[in-house]
Design a protein around this ligand. Sequence first.
Ligand code: ADP
Ligand code: ASP
Ligand code: MG
Length: 326
Amino acid sequence: MRVLKFGGSSVGSLERISGVVQIVKEQLDKDPRVVVVVSALGGVTDDLIRISQKAALGDTSYQQELVQLQDRHRAISTSEAQNDQIDKFFKKLNDALHGVMLVRELSKRSLDFIMSFGERLSAYLISEAMKPSIPSAIFLDARELIQTDRNFGAARVDYKETNARIQKYFADCAFVPVVTGFIGATKERETTTLGRGGSDFTASILGAALHAQEIEIWTDVSGVMTADPRRVPQASPIPQMSYQEALEMSHFGAKVLHPPTIAPALSQKVPIRIKNTFYPKAPGTLISAEPQNHDSLICGISSISHVALLRVEGGGMVGVSGVAMR
Ligand code: ADP
Ligand code: ASP
Ligand code: MG
């Protein structure tokens, strides 16, 4: 069993989606048990947030943006039946946004529900794009499997329930599911999200529950690099690293991997491989418990923008407990 996750940059257009279908087909030739996890089409989550904020302010121009978003998804559809399904998704999305506009309030809970449409639309469209060459592809809504608490925006996973559901679902599954990344649901079936960039986490939750051979994160760079390639053009891919190193790099700003992704994989010692959708031949980065040593002492450098260091000092603080907390 292999879990393959494709990020927003890998599924931005019909052409890119065909590249993804090709990668999945090649994997299926090697191992018939494959689970695909996808993010929303590139930029769609940001669009949905902006549209929701406009609706909450009563700015009706959100409706035009919604139509543009619908057109973008329709451009990826290849049949009238798919267009009808997209329109159904957008009808529900429109209703939700209309509600936000009427009450002029955007709760975290409503925003999670609205954001979930990004992954639901992309997983549906990608499963349809796969069907001509992979007839066993089916759309799978992760809200059926991943149960979380009510911490909307960054929900925590109930692993006991989630693992049991995943194992039950896959015990006799003869399909290639295309699963919505990023989203889950509470016990009461309210929609939640796992934090921005959380589709990597979805892949890891599935990979760990299924004791997968490998979790593959397919993105737009050839692995975890020695630094963010957008800032440091001469950065190069790190061939192998430990879970601990990957955790530190991602926690301190390497966006290529969503930080909570490491924990489920580590718990079952499932290796994570970072691969480039646009250059599949590149070996990428293998994250595992026992990486072959890299020769430099420093594995990589990460950076975080917009961070301020606040220094509070003064005689009045001497011996006064609780100042830092206050
Ligand atoms: P996806 O849409 O596939 O989830 P992301 O945008 O979330 O992709 O993550 C990939 C991006 O992470 C890269 O394009 C790169 O700019 C950024 N990044 C930051 N630090 C690193 C790093 N050390 N190695 C690789 N990529 C990094
Ligand atoms: N679509 C979500 C986001 O933009 C999740 C992800 O891309 O992993 O944050
Ligand atoms: Mg990402």
